[in-house]
Design a binder for this molecule. Sequence first.
Ligand code: F6P
Length: 558
Amino acid sequence: MSDPVDATTTAAWGRLKELRSSYEPDLRAAFAQDPERAERYSRKVGDLHVDLSKNLVDDEILAALVELAEQTGVPQRRDQMFAGDRINVTENRSVLHVALRMPRSESLVVDGTDVVKDVHEVLDKIYAFSDKVRSGEWVGVTGKRIETVVNIGIGGSDLGPVMVYEALKPYVQPGLTCRFVSNIDPTDVYEATADLDPETTLFIVASKTFTTLETLTNARLARTWLLDGLRSSGAVAEGDDAAREAVSKHFVAVSTALDKVAAFGIDPENAFGFWDWVGGRYSVDSAIGTSVCVAVGKENFAAFLEGFHTIDVHFRDTAPARNVPMLMGLLNVWYDGFFDSQSHAVLPYAQYLHRFAAYLQQLTMESNGKSVRWDGSPVTTDTGEVFWGEPGTNGQHAFYQLIHQGTRVIPADFIAVATPARPLRDGEHDVHELFLANFFAQTRALAFGKTAEEVRAEGTDEAIVPARVFSGNRPTSSIMAPALTPSVVGQLIALYEHITFTQGVVWGIDSFDQWGVELGKQLALQVTPAVGGDEEALAKQDPSTQSLIRYYRAHRSS
Ligand code: F6P
């Protein structure tokens, strides 16, 4: 595996530094001087219309960014990923989420195995299962059809499924509902099951490793809830055989560790596998998406996968200068490295995408929140900006103040669709148009601002003119699509996967490991006995931890 390139030593980085030192962002002037700017800086990829014109760049800067991609080896590493090379160096694994959405007609042989064939074998199994649940052929232990699917998982085994389920709500089969349990806070599983009927509930235990404390604990709690409920109503008898039968009708699993699934008591016949070359945060398009497939059906799930693949092909085959995810990743590098932007807002003007920012937080921050490169050397640039956001217009009434007038540059992606799933009118107004007017207005206000002269011209009292000035030159990218279809949702996810990839390679980091989550997990195991009253374990903790645990013990009532 090639060594990472220190981006800051490349000629392109030097050129960018030079360009930045003389660049004074002025989007008003940039648009005035170049009436074609919007068109020249807009790209079509799949169904996505991506307008990059309101970013703080000019042709020279873009050219230098493209050179940076080339000089840091982004195209080569991309090709290595698509070839199945072990680019997840610290885990010695291939990175092949792109294979999860390759059409059946393609093949990709890695270590002697055609992974595309394996993918479609599992997909066929998921599709058959999904058909059975949706048609009512799959029934619970008392013969009733399934009405609620509860996905139990955390991280990538939760955030993807819940985000996509919410995004595709209009495609969900009437009479079927999904719920999602992730947190080990016992209130989570309690609230998710409190009003459910065990006879019509199916649990999907989703865990790549099948060792995750939260998921296994919640799965056991769910099993107890199921059996208690079925027994107390007399629906099933006491005893192990009846329990086994009930669990087999109400529990399925998704994992790479099918032996552990069996040990948990779930019939491996009712388990859907995937592979260690799928990272958790890249797995919603694997069997981890089974809950989504059941909810929206196999045709829609297949369209969702096709959406990913459309962007994959573009990312794989397009030269850097026209490669949309690559350009967007490079813009992020530009803002992080040259404007000290520490965060990035993602603002969907689509309520159905209300979990998109949360999903992207894992994708981007677990991938690129690293301080060392893939050869272990320290990074020489900032990495891993904070991704955050809420759907418009809620965000407008909450935190947009900071984006418009705060002291930091916060690049923002605005996402909207032309046709809403639920068109409604308020008198003479098409409400979606009111909504989109906000989308257009916000990106315009951020780019072009409002000068002191313009504020004064409105008759504003001189004393408050400064407070009412908008500097403008706040960078945004606008992403629009015809509608929030399954394919478009897949396209959006793949777009951000490849943006994340590009940034990771420029920074020289392994975007596919997540060692940073391990220490806290280990310490939680070590601390647990102390929390439970073990004085010896308590004495081993640091003074602050001891005092917090003592507070807990003193105040816990039951
Ligand atoms: O703790 C982080 C993590 O490993 C994520 O990367 C992953 O998505 C999540 O935990 C859940 O892991 P699993 O699917 O193995 O239960």
